[in-house]
Design a protein around this ligand. Structure first.
Ligand SMILES: [Mn+2]
Length: 305
């Protein structure tokens, strides 16, 4: 059983393993960077489990009932009970994708699947990576960077519309080739729906004091895209709150201030939070979003008179 992240890199990493050895694949519930009880129960039916492109805090639990292999590139601490924990970050090396980790580990050729993982995790910044040369090289086989970017957008559309079953099915689709991805009608419809939904919400953002804010309600996983669009269109800083059916989400993006302090505050509240200098994302229990939203807004106002 392969357990993988729901994004392009996770799906493509699973596809690389699957091509070597057919087995089942599965992802945690979209948005859960951990295993819930249902996941654990399901995994208990398998005695070999490969985790790819995910740093699960509870990975060691799997060792209690199965043999475990991990292939990843996120910052992590070594899982001692695993048969193999293959992650260059354990030795201080940063890799642009889990697909590249797997490719080097098993001496696989650099093909479109590896490239999709790299582009999925790095977006337009891919052009600054040393692997970009290898991706350009794929043009000889008729695979352009533009097609690869489109394919990533299509593959990622499944988690964005929150369709876990489709995410799982996409591993097979990736193995069918780049054309099969580009021509997939369902994924193309997803992309259209998502673009409409992003536009709808981004257009509702309002100026609140110094920054742009938005409170929205969608089960699509688009809060980062919506926030990015608001900043593109208005500049400055944007703060967005999303009320999902089962959780609240907060996103903060800025081109004028360092938001790292807010990541720290969110983590100190035990919220699942991450980001970097210009962006913070946090997942909160349902009902707690409003208060944290107002608190961030007040702090920003105080610091930017
Ligand atoms: Mn990844």
């Amino acid at each position: 059983m392969i357990l993988h992240h729901w994004d392009s890199d996770g799906i493509c990493s699973a596809a690389l393993l699957m091509r070597m050895q057919r087995e089942e694949n599965f992802t945690p519930k979209i948005g859960n960077y951990f295993l819930d009880n249902d996941d654990i129960e399901k995994l208990k039916g398998y005695d070999e489990i490969r985790v790819v492109d995910m740093n699960l805090p509870d990975a060691a639990k799997i060792c209690e009932f199965a043999r475990l292999w991990i292939y990843d590139h996120h910052m992590a601490t070594k899982v001692e009970c695993a048969q193999e924990h293959c992650n260059p970050s354990l030795y201080g090396e940063s890799y642009p994708s889990a697909t590249l980790v797997i490719t080097e580990r098993f001496n696989l050729p650099f093909d479109y699947i590896v490239a999709l993982g790299i582009i999925g995790d790095n977006g337009p910044k891919t052009k600054e990576l040393k692997e970009y040369k290898l991706i350009k090289n794929l043009e000889k086989n008729g695979i352009t960077f533009d097609d690869l970017q489109k394919a990533v957008n299509l593959i990622d559309s499944s988690y964005k519309i929150n369709d876990r079953k489709e995410v799982i099915k996409n591993v097979e689709l990736v193995l069918d080739g780049i054309e099969a991805i580009l021509e997939n009608e369902k994924l193309n419809r997803n992309v259209e729906l998502i673009e409409k939904e992003i536009e709808k919400w981004a257009g509702k953002a309002e100026k609140t004091g110094k920054i742009c804010t938005l409170k929205m309600k969608t089960n699509y996983n688009i809060i980062s895209a919506v926030t990015r669009k608001i900043v593109w269109e208005n500049g400055g800083t944007a703060l967005v709150l999303n009320h999902k059916d089962d959780r609240d989400e907060i996103y903060l993006r800025s081109i004028e201030m360092d938001v790292t302090q807010y990541i720290k505050i969110a983590k100190s509240r035990k919220y699942f939070a991450g980001g970097k200098k210009e962006v913070m994302g946090a997942i909160l229990p349902k009902g707690e979003g409003e208060r944290f939203f107002e608190e961030i807004l007040k702090k920003i106002d105080e610091q930017h008179p």
